[in-house]
Design a protein around this ligand. Structure first.
Ligand code: NZQ
Ligand code: ZN
Length: 385
């Protein structure tokens, strides 16, 4: 097991009605709050009104319209508001995109230059305003982690940045806010949770027994509850388990003692950078192809472990067992209604070479579980057509 730091300090308020705690959670930081949100989802489901009512004793400033795959242009607007109004804390109400934008806004408030610098050079992140979140989509784990992913349409870049100070001070996770999610977001969010687990589970370091058993339990929760949430959007038990799986899958817990570069995320980030596709959909398409591409004598044992412990597959032949688990993963995404080819998303092979080059460079794919070259990435992308 590798050395690790696990420092969890987000105050998670989980369950129905926890929004009531919002004034108490923001109060220690001051009165001037920048409320960051996306399109109209929080207005349609009434959350916006509730937040305004609860925060009537605060001075609220608003940044609306943060896009899925949040753009640096929105971050710049948010930073401007923070500077103009001397904001005390940033409140994100939404999914991962809104929370990620809020993080870089909170970092940009005390930074003199262009906030894009904080994405390309995380070491430039200095003072960060306190961040509180109200989560409305189970997927990224941003509600309890130090990461933010921001897109720049001018340069066709989608890059991750990170700071310990980006970890939210508090997050309200009320599973009933997930009831209004479109099916594709429920499914894509689940694929994202599962991908976070796969990226950490399939790594060279294989002695972190506890982390891998946690990951298997969370994967089983996704497989059990996503179909229920799709069938019955207001099933609290299903939503609650998916929401907690989202938080646990990327708060560092299942990475303790593991390590190494990720694979599907860098490849997906290029697809989103060029085609602005939904993150979880891209991951669902790439993952089974990556699995098939890297299945070999060195990796087959790990795939069998996944097959046995997650899918209860008992097939004695190792390669057959591994392939059955990969098939089950692909079928699961398909049954959740995710479009499972790039062709269905209108993506052809014209940008594969440039995307592969950037994925290898930004994602450090030479350090991945199975090291990949640009040619390997192009081959995987071709399998996705
Ligand atoms: O904008 P609104 O109107 O709110 O609609 C959103 C958006 O259209 C909608 N939505 C959210 N909650 C809803 C809802 N609609 C109805 N009811 C609700 N309760 O869903 C759409 C997608 O939202 P978004 O925030 O983009 O989704 P997600 O949470 O999947 O976030 C994706 C972004 O996070 C990044 C991704 O790359 C992508 O940019 N990631 C962030 C990570 C992190 N911070 O650790 C790690 C991930 O691997 C990922 O890269
Ligand atoms: Zn992800």
């Amino acid at each position: 097991m590798n050395r690790f730091r696990f420092h969890a300090y987000t105050d998670i308020r989980f369950g129905e009605g926890q929004l009531e705690a919002l004034p108490e959670l923001l109060a220690p930081y001051g009165k001037k709050i920048l409320l960051v949100y996306g399109g109209s989802s929080i207005q349609k489901n009434g959350l916006y009104e509730q937040v305004l009512k609860l925060l009537s004793g605060f001075s609220l400033y608003e940044l609306s319209g943060v896009e899925p795959n949040p753009k640096i242009t929105s971050v710049r607007e948010g930073v401007k508001l923070c500077k103009e109004h001397d904001i005390d804390a940033v409140l994100a109400v939404g999914g991962g995109s809104v929370i990620d934008a809020a993080k870089v806004i909170a970092g940009g408030a005390a930074y003199e230059g262009d906030p894009w610098d904080l994405v390309t050079n995380p070491e430039k992140i200095g003072n960060v305003l306190p961040i509180v979140t109200v989560l409305t989509l189970a997927a990224t784990g941003s509600e309890m982690n130090k990461n933010a992913v921001i897109s720049n349409r001018e340069t066709n870049e989608k890059l991750g940045t990170s700071s310990h100070d980006f970890i939210p001070k508090a997050s309200i996770c009320d599973p009933s806010y997930l009831y209004t999610l479109p099916s594709v977001q429920t499914a894509a969010g689940t694929a994202d949770i599962m991908s976070h687990l796969f990226e950490q589970y399939f790594q060279k370091e294989n002695r972190a027994f506890i982390s891998d058993r946690f990951a298997e339990g969370l994967l089983k929760a996704c497989i059990k509850y996503c179909p229920i949430a799709l069938e019955e959007p207001a099933n609290y038990e299903a939503r609650a388990n998916l929401m907690w799986a989202s938080t646990q899958a990327l708060n560092g817990l299942t990475a303790c003692g593991k390590g190494g570069a990720w694979t599907c995320h860098p490849i997906e980030h290029e697809l989103s950078a060029y085609y602005d596709i939904t993150h979880g959909v891209g991951l669902a398409i790439v993952t089974p192809r990556w699995f098939r591409y890297i299945l070999n004598d060195d990796t087959v044992g790990k795939f069998c472990e996944y097959a046995r412990n997650v899918w209860s597959i008992t097939e004695p032949d190792a390669y057959r067992c591994a392939n059955m688990a990969i098939d089950a993963t692909e079928e699961f995404f398909l049954e959740c209604g995710i479009p499972m080819t790039l062709t269905e998303l209108g993506i052809d092979d014209s940008k594969f070479e440039i995307m592969a080059k950037k994925a290898v460079r930004f994602g450090g794919l030479s350090e991945a579980y199975v090291p990949l070259t640009e040619k390997d990435v192009v081959n995987i992308l071709r399998m996705c057509l």
